[in-house]
Design a protein around this ligand. Structure first.
Ligand code: APR
Ligand code: ZN
Ligand code: ZN
Length: 361
């Protein structure tokens, strides 16, 4: 029997979100019904409601979530009611070219629930990133559920489902930061701070945080930044070179998503170093770099999608490190709110007052 629950709906472009009744079907083949316990408020949710991602309104927002499996479809194995899971928005399909070549973090297959959640008037909902977890219950593909140790708090666990994983993975997976490296991170929001934390975990010797907001730079130090640069006051390229004996950083992570900061990141890098772009640019943005510099400086220019993560490999590992006191993920949770606080949380996010507001259900 379908379930009627509360959910946060973006009904049309730019309109404030509202709580409405959502009809969630019981899981069919390959699907899981999840009782959501916590879901973080991410920029992508705001982008959906602003129409920046698509025009498939109404959207059921929310995608950084953890919860308990309530029921699974008939053929689902390896997952059962009561399991504590983090939801992921890029389940590995195992069938596509990327998966078959042994590079499943590039999996490009969409792997979401087949049945649709609706409003009570029958309007079909588009769940944000195929998840839709600002709701008491949601329906996902079973592969979108990754079991982790239930000892972690749901509001902390859920963050691994999106922005924090993107930042950690940009450092650990894409940038492959290793012991003794120098690292610079442009943009110290949730994603950049997670990159700083990842670099610190990997044993980076110097971690230079760059932002235009001193408050963000203070927070960056709590995640392991050893030096800070306010790029409004100081030229970050010169400053990063000065802090690295004139060379530039081994790994530079761009967590803003703008051509100006990408260019700064490019020139802040040591010869043959690595630049990782994890900030998401908008489709209008263009990059203008002397090709001779791209050639002459060697190294690697990479982008990091979802931190190049593999949910089954990375989520349980990161949860364990957190539970051992080695990964203070709780510092990302600026506040916990209820479902009706999402609109206000968007405003706080835009004013830069929070790293993450997390809805508790
Ligand atoms: N130079 C340095 N830092 C900047 C600049 C700039 N020119 N412009 C903005 N910033 C800083 C902001 O002050 C803020 O601290 O970048 C940070 C961005 O953080 P958030 O807005 O909190 O965004 P976050 O959630 O960290 O995501 C960063 O990754 O997932 C993508 O869409 C997301 O593109 C965004 C990026
Ligand atoms: Zn695949
Ligand atoms: Zn997100």
């Amino acid at each position: 029997m379908p379930h009627e629950v509360n959910g946060v709906i973006a009904s049309r472009k730019g309109a404030p979100v509202r709580i409405e009744t959502v009809v969630v079907p019981d899981p069919g083949p390959g699907e899981a019904l999840v009782s959501v316990q916590a879901c973080g408020v991410c920029h992508t949710d705001l982008h959906y409601r602003e129409g920046a991602i698509g025009d498939d309104f109404p959207y059921l927002l929310g995608h950084e979530a953890a919860g308990l499996v309530e029921a699974v479809g008939p053929d689902v194995t390896g997952l059962q009611p009561g399991d504590f899971v983090i939801l992921n928005w890029r389940a590995v399909c195992g069938q596509c070219r990327a998966c078959l070549r042994g590079r499943p973090w590039y999996c490009f297959a969409t792997h979401n629930a087949t049945q649709k959640m609706t409003l009570t008037n029958g309007a079909v909902l588009s769940p944000a990133l195929g998840i839709g977890a600002f709701a008491d219950k949601t329906l996902v593909a079973a592969g979108q559920c990754t079991k982790v140790n239930p000892a972690i708090k749901p509001e902390v666990a859920g963050l691994l489902g999106c922005g924090v994983m993107a930042g950690l993975g940009a450092a650990l997976n894409t940038g492959a930061v290793t012991r003794g490296d120098s690292v610079a991170v442009f943009g110290c929001g949730g994603v950049g701070d997670a990159a700083i934390l990842g670099a610190s975990l990997a044993g980076a010797r110097k971690i230079i945080a760059v932002d235009i907001d001193n408050r963000k730079l203070d927070w960056a130090c709590e995640f392991g930044a050893t030096d800070t640069v306010n790029s409004v006051i100081t030229d970050p390229v010169e400053q990063i070179r000065a802090l690295t004996e004139g060379h530039g950083a081994d790994v530079v992570i761009e967590a803003v998503g703008r051509p100006e900061t990408y260019t700064q990141a490019f020139y802040s890098r040591d010869l043959a170093g690595t630049v990782v772009l994890v900030g998401v640019p908008n489709p209008q943005m263009r990059l203008d770099l002397p090709l001779a510099d791209v050639f002459g400086r060697g190294g690697a220019l990479k982008s990091s999608w979802y931190g190049d993560c593999l949910p089954t490999r990375d989520f349980p590992m990161l949860v364990d490190l957190h539970l051992q006191g080695r990964l203070p993920l709780d510092k990302f949770v600026s506040e916990t709110i209820s479902l009706d606080g999402v609109e206000e949380a968007f405003e706080k996010m835009q004013r830069g007052e929070v790293l993450r507001s997390v809805v508790l259900l």
